[in-house]
Design a protein around this ligand. Structure first.
Ligand code: F6R
Length: 651
């Protein structure tokens, strides 16, 4: 369509305050925030200002609203402003972008219910002022319904503000790839990738509706102001395409390049693939600190498919890095510096090598025997994400504890639970064991599961059984790796225990569990899931609780000796320039880790929340670990079978 090439333009306003003019590859004004919380505050503030300005003029404020995980933090901030700053929504009239079709408004997955739970029920917006496309309209009346939805917006003078999220395939609203720039509110077939992404909300892919009613691209483009949100690295590739790529119907969000007042408000992770983040030296002057040099050299090596030690002066000059070259004098010196740094990240001694010079090792040699806590958000993250390192720590004689942060109970299938319940009930019958309080739990759970309907939320008895199953699997892994069972700590953090995908916010009780354990063990090393890909997901909440606990304890003497290592969960690996410890694995060690993951039988052969990735967890882990080893190999370092990677968090 229009704009087919990505050509940089000189940016009039200087970015980063450096001397000289910056250039930009971005075709939509984009503001990058350190995290989703800060971004959400800014967006909520803009909406609040607009509502108040309209109030002053005695006018209604017409908002276009979105659902999905991204706007939740914005809605939470608006609720806070309503409760503590007196922000009133009495003059707000809102129109939601979309709704599944068919869909009953009180279904758990309905966007009507979502909006009530996330915003409307907590503010003073009059009931008659909010509109969500109706998923119950009979097919014959749909066309008329869509037209009247648009007419209603038009009669109010159009949308003053449209809030958007973005799908991994570039959709806005449910305008899937292929949507035309002149499309209006209509019924759409959902893209397969959209249905797969929604599968976890519905329990399984087959239950995700195939259609949805959505406002069209033209309806969105008519809004006076459009703000699009994106959080987490999973959105990074599509953000780059929408912001820097061509305007194309295959990335519907790219149409916003043609909107006179659109803005992307995104977090750093979602911005990671933008040129100014990925290769900032191509945009502006940069400070060539150590991390920036590593980032530049590794990215040049990958780009040219050349090991680091083979990069030449010409390679640096031809790729906008002559400034870096000038600082060092010649490529050889930069290459050897970065090569050595990467070399020093590789260690088969994650707990430190006793009696060895540790100047160039990622961990301290002393004390030779360390107390270690591995925090595992779900009962299988320890073995999936760092099973090879876990094994080495145990084999090398450290006192390894594992803290299983949540019960992981919602990820156990009903059938799996029934299998275990049958075992207990049959066992009791065989040996004439009378109904006691504990056997009653199993009987009640069994009765409930046999009559369970799709929309039912498991009662505590069933969640207890499901949690026990996962606990047993985690214990089996500990036995397999060789750490004593009494070193397995099951925290069952309360924030997780809603029985639904939607969790509670982190609370004092969650933090206290972590504080108490750290105080009891007094670890020299903490391993934690530094997985921020899903800002509202369990891994992130689990990390927030650890970070807060450490923050409270950091002044204590025992914490002075404690180093924190972050691993990544099942989704993404650290960038190679970020890695500070890479623990290699031999083919045998990879196989042993696979068998350790197999202990989690409830998570094998088609799990409850498969998500977008059809691979089983052991396959994802192996491919990830092999991929990390290949990166080191491509950079010209030793070739290993697989590697687990860590970044140190300095508090
Ligand atoms: C929801 C909607 C969708 C979402 C998009 C991103 O009303 O229109 O376009 O905004 O699928 O969803 P999250 O925010 O969950 O990643």
């Amino acid at each position: 369509m229009t704009n087919t090439e990505t050509t940089p333009v000189v940016k009039s306003e200087n970015m980063s305050g450096a001397i000289g003019q910056a250039i930009t590859y971005e075709k939509i004004p984009t503001t990058i925030f350190p995290d989703s919380k800060e971004a959400s505050r800014a967006v909520a503030q803009e909406i609040a200002d607009l509502i108040r300005a309209k109030q002053k003029e005695n006018k209604g404020c017409v908002l276009g609203l979105a659902t999905g995980s991204s706007p939740k933090t914005v809605y939470a901030e608006l609720i806070r402003m309503h409760k503590s700053e007196g922000l009133s929504f009495r003059n707000v009239i809102s129109f939601n972008l979309d709704e599944y079709y068919p869909m009953e408004p009180d279904s758990v997955q309905s966007y009507v219910r979502f909006m009530k739970e996330q915003l409307f029920d907590h503010v003073d917006i009059p009931k008659e002022n909010y509109f969500v496309p109706d998923g119950t309209v009979p097919p014959a009346l749909l066309k008329e319904f869509c037209q009247s939805y648009e007419n209603r917006i038009a009669r109010l003078g159009g949308l003053d503000f449209q809030l958007l999220g973005i799908g991994g395939n570039g959709h806005i609203g449910f305008n899937e790839p292929g949507s035309l720039v002149n499309s209006r509110t209509r019924l759409m077939m959902l893209d397969n990738s959209t249905r797969v992404a929604a599968a976890s909300d519905f329990g399984t892919l087959v239950k995700v509706p195939k259609k949805a009613i959505t406002m069209g691209i033209d309806s969105i483009m008519q809004a006076k102001r459009v703000v699009l949100l994106a959080w987490g690295e999973r959105k990074a590739p599509v953000i780059r395409q929408a912001v820097e790529g061509a305007v194309t119907d295959s990335i519907p969000a790219s149409y916003l390049q043609m909107h006179p007042n659109a803005q992307f408000m995104i977090d750093e992770r979602a911005a990671a693939d933008l040129t100014r983040m990925k290769t900032p030296w191509m945009v502006d002057n940069v400070v060539w600190d150590n991390l920036m040099v590593k980032k530049a050299v590794t990215s040049l090596s990958f780009q040219l498919h050349k090991p680091i030690l083979k990069l030449t002066n010409k390679d640096y000059n031809d790729n906008s890095m002559s400034e870096l070259l000038a600082q060092y004098g010649q490529a050889y010196d930069i290459n050897i510096n970065v090569f050595n740094q990467l070399q020093h990240t590789i260690s088969g001694w994650p707990g430190g090598k006793p009696n060895a010079d540790d100047t160039n090792r990622p961990e301290r040699a002393h004390p030779a025997k360390k107390r270690v806590i591995i925090f595992s958000p779900h009962p299988d993250d320890d073995i999936i994400s760092m099973g090879g390192t876990f094994q080495r720590l145990v084999d090398q004689g450290h006192d390894v504890h594992v803290a299983y942060q949540t019960s992981g109970n919602i990820a156990v299938a009903d059938d799996e639970a029934l299998r275990f319940i049958d075992f207990v009930v049959d066992y009791n019958q065989k040996f004439g064991i009378e109904s006691t309080k504990s056997t009653k739990i199993f009987e009640e759970a069994s009765a409930y599961l046999k009559g369970k309907k799709n929309s039912d939320i498991d009662p505590p008895e069933v969640r207890y059984v499901k949690g026990l199953i996962r606990r047993g699997e985690a214990k089996a892994t500990c036995r397999f790796v060789g750490t004593p069972i009494e070193n397995a700590h099951f925290l069952d953090m309360p924030f997780y225990e809603t029985g639904m995908i939607q969790k509670k916010g982190i609370g004092e009780a969650d933090i206290k569990l972590i504080v108490d354990l750290i105080e009891k063990i007094k670890p020299h090393q903490i391993y934690a899931a530094g997985d921020f890909a899903d800002p509202h997901g369990t891994h992130k909440v689990c990390w927030d609780a650890i970070a807060e606990a450490i923050n409270r304890l950091k002044h204590k003497n025992s914490m002075k000796d404690c180093w924190v290592w972050l691993y990544r969960g099942a989704w993404a690996e650290w960038d190679s320039h970020e890695i500070e410890m890479a623990v290699p694995m031999s083919p045998d060690q990879v196989m042993k880790k696979r068998l350790g993951i197999f202990k989690h039988q409830s998570q094998k052969d088609g799990v409850v929340f498969q998500g977008e990735d059809a691979r089983e967890f052991w396959q994802r882990a192996e491919e990830r670990n092999r991929g990390t080893a290949q990166l080191y190999d491509q950079l010209g370092l030793s070739e290993y079978e697989a590697m687990e990677a860590f970044v140190r968090w300095r508090f």
